[in-house]
Design a protein around this ligand. Structure first.
Ligand SMILES: CC(=O)SCCNC(=O)CCNC(=O)[C@H](O)C(C)(C)COP(=O)(O)OP(=O)(O)OC[C@H]1O[C@@H](n2cnc3c(N)ncnc32)[C@H](O)[C@@H]1OP(=O)(O)O
Ligand SMILES: CC(C)C(=O)C(=O)O
Length: 556
């Protein structure tokens, strides 16, 4: 690997930086660039139908600023801007934004696309980095500054046309490839553009400082933003915006630190679609705020719908491990995580505390329109807690702890053998085979009745018919209750040696049926002194434990 081809990014000399101790306590102004930067990175750019769906979704989510395209790039882009203006599809509180290079015919076409709009942002850019000055523009600092200044003048000259037609216009300038630009030079170019546009605190300009290519650790980007924030001569006439990309995989972190460093506004896309590794992901940024108790001012309550829109419009899949949204991000397969989630969910159900505190789940899936169905899935990495959680959630079976371990071993044998996930339905049918249906089991309960023994204190007499390998046995026995009487009768009739160790029972409402589920633990005094579990389900609370005893005896 030719490491000598690369050089370290130079840090900013800002020893009195203030951003590390800042806290983000409100959402920045969001601007979606899905329809422009996101769109220009697609294999097949969005057609009109895809653009309309994206725009509608962005509006419904609550975006107030939406970059709707690069109208001079193509008829598709131009026509879409016309369609949303002429079709009255832009709500009064939403401002559309369009991008243009600093070239006259492109600016002309851009302005033409906007005629009749209520409120627009005209976004002018040119690249200012040392590399692009040298290889793309082949101009010195002054030459590239003049591209910006001339572009700014061209835009300004045409503004009257828009304003006379009743359009409210805000101007935006981006020194593209800012992260490859010397800070003093970026400042000089931005100030030169502002000299042309003459912004005021009442009518501020948007200065957008993009990490067109993310080149450094996020702290350096934050230093750059704070440096600019502190050096602008007319900071009060600027809305300071950032437009981060994700080349190093730290776009979200860089954006958060940039906001701490003074940025008022963030441009990004849904799920981070965009050039190369993407624009910064506004869904992650917004939900990061949400999970800190800060209102993101965007609606993420139906994340599945947002994903469907993004996947349809971009024709790109969203990764199953994408923060907050991915299909697998609320799911635990591993045993210790499942155990902790199971306990956390139980604690939440019992508690009156409104705060969400479930281990391994930073967000309540229901807050973004997901249900709890997927939070636990079982494979060979899972433990008893996961299996117990699924049985309880999906089938209202609350296995006692010792029985959880017993059944988990049954499931583990299957997952080890298949090497695959086992779903809830298969767990349930395995549970029924093991404890309830017990095909080919030696003992089968044919009938059972019990009655109190007169004059005795709570003692019961039972009569049961049990089929043992095709032969019916009638059992008559007494005990301190029906369970103990049945246990006594079985031991005597079949010469079995076991003791009743534990018994629990609960009601189980599945749909309209009210049933009881009973769990029996027997001890068998063989060389291991092992425990054997049985489960019984019945509409009668007397019969459920009797069936559970039969189930356990069959498993001896
Ligand atoms: C980082 C970003 O995302 S910036 C946005 C990038 N987005 C896009 O490019 C998508 C839309 N773009 C397009 O459809 C086309 O590029 C168009 C229509 C804008 C222009 O097309 P063309 O003029 O045919 O070609 P192209 O973009 O290659 O133009 C390059 C020329 O413009 C110059 N140029 C590039 N950017 C700018 C700019 N912002 N301002 C002024 N001149 C510029 C280049 O130096 C080059 O000049 P040269 O021909 O003298 O060498
Ligand atoms: C035009 C600018 C803001 C841009 O898209 C970028 O630098 O990535």
């Amino acid at each position: 690997m030719h490491i000598e081809k690369y050089q370290a990014y130079q840090p900013v000399n800002l020893p009195d930086r203030t951003w590390p101790s800042k806290i983000i306590d409100h959402a920045p102004t969001w601007c979606s660039v899905d329809l422009r930067d996101g769109n220009q990175a697609l294999i097949d750019p969005m057609d009109s139908a895809r653009k309309h769906r994206m725009f509608k979704t962005l509006v419904e989510m609550g975006f107030k600023e939406i970059e709707v395209g690069f109208p001079s790039a193509s008829d598709t882009d131009f026509n879409f801007v016309r369609e949303i203006i002429e079709g009255g599809l832009i709500p009064d509180d939403v401002t559309i934004q369009v991008l243009t290079q600093a070239r006259e015919h492109l600016i002309e076409r851009t302005i033409e696309s906007l005629m009749g709009a209520k409120s627009v942002i005209v976004h002018l850019y040119n690249s200012t980095s040392e590399l692009q000055r040298r290889v793309v523009f082949q101009q010195d600092r002054e030459g590239v500054k003049q591209i910006a200044v001339e572009g700014a003048k061209m835009v300004k000259d045409r503004l009257a046309r828009l304003e006379d037609a009743g359009t409210k216009v805000r101007l935006q300038y981006s020194p593209e490839s800012f992260t490859g630009t010397e800070l003093d030079y970026a400042l000089e170019v931005c100030e030169a553009v502002m000299d042309v546009w003459q912004p005021t605190p009442e009518n501020p300009v948007i200065i957008n400082l993009p990490s067109t290519v993310e080149m450094s650790t996020p702290n350096i980007y934050a230093d750059q933003i704070e440096w600019m924030h502190r050096h602008f001569t007319r900071r009060d006439a600027i809305i300071l915006s950032v437009h981060p990309h994700n080349d190093r995989g730290t776009g979200v972190a860089a954006t958060e630190l940039a906001v701490m460093a003074g940025a008022d506004r963030v441009e990004g896309t849904l799920f981070g679609n965009g050039e190369r590794t993407g624009n910064v992901d506004i869904v992650t940024l917004g939900l990061n705020l949400f999970t800190q108790g800060v209102d993101p001012e965007l609606d993420f309550s139906n994340i599945n719908e947002l994903m469907e829109t993004a996947e349809y419009c971009n024709q790109l899949p969203i990764h199953p491990r994408h923060p907050y949204a991915g299909e697998l991000v609320h799911t635990a397969f591993s045993g210790s995580h499942q155990d902790a989630i199971n306990k956390g969910m139980q604690a939440i159900r019992k508690s009156n505390d409104p705060h969400w505190e479930v281990p391994y789940l930073p967000i309540d899936p229901q807050d973004i329109g997901r249900d709890y169905e997927a939070i636990i899935r079982v494979n060979s990495q899972s433990g008893k807690g996961g299996v117990a959680y699924l049985l309880e959630t999906d089938y209202k079976i609350k296995l006692p702890k010792a029985a959880q371990a017993d059944f988990s071993q049954v499931v583990q044998k299957i997952t080890d053998a298949t090497g695959k996930e086992i779903n809830s339905e298969t767990i349930w049918s395995t549970f029924q085979d093991e404890y309830i249906a017990q095909k080919d089991a030696p003992y089968e309960l044919v009938s059972f009745s019990s009655k109190p023994i007169e004059g005795s204190n709570e003692r019961e007499h039972i009569t049961a018919i049990v089929d043992h390998i095709g032969k019916k046995h009638t059992i008559e026995a007494d005990g301190n209750g029906p369970i103990s009487a049945f246990v006594n009768g079985l031991r005597t009739e079949f010469g079995l040696n076991f003791r009743l160790k534990d018994y629990t029972e609960h009601t189980r409402s599945v749909g309209s049926r009210a049933e009881a589920a009973a769990y029996i633990e027997l001890t068998v005094p063989d060389e291991k002194g092992r425990s054997v579990f049985g489960v019984g389900i019945d509409t009668s609370i007397t019969m459920a434990p009797i069936r559970a005893v039969m189930s356990a005896v069959n498993r001896i």
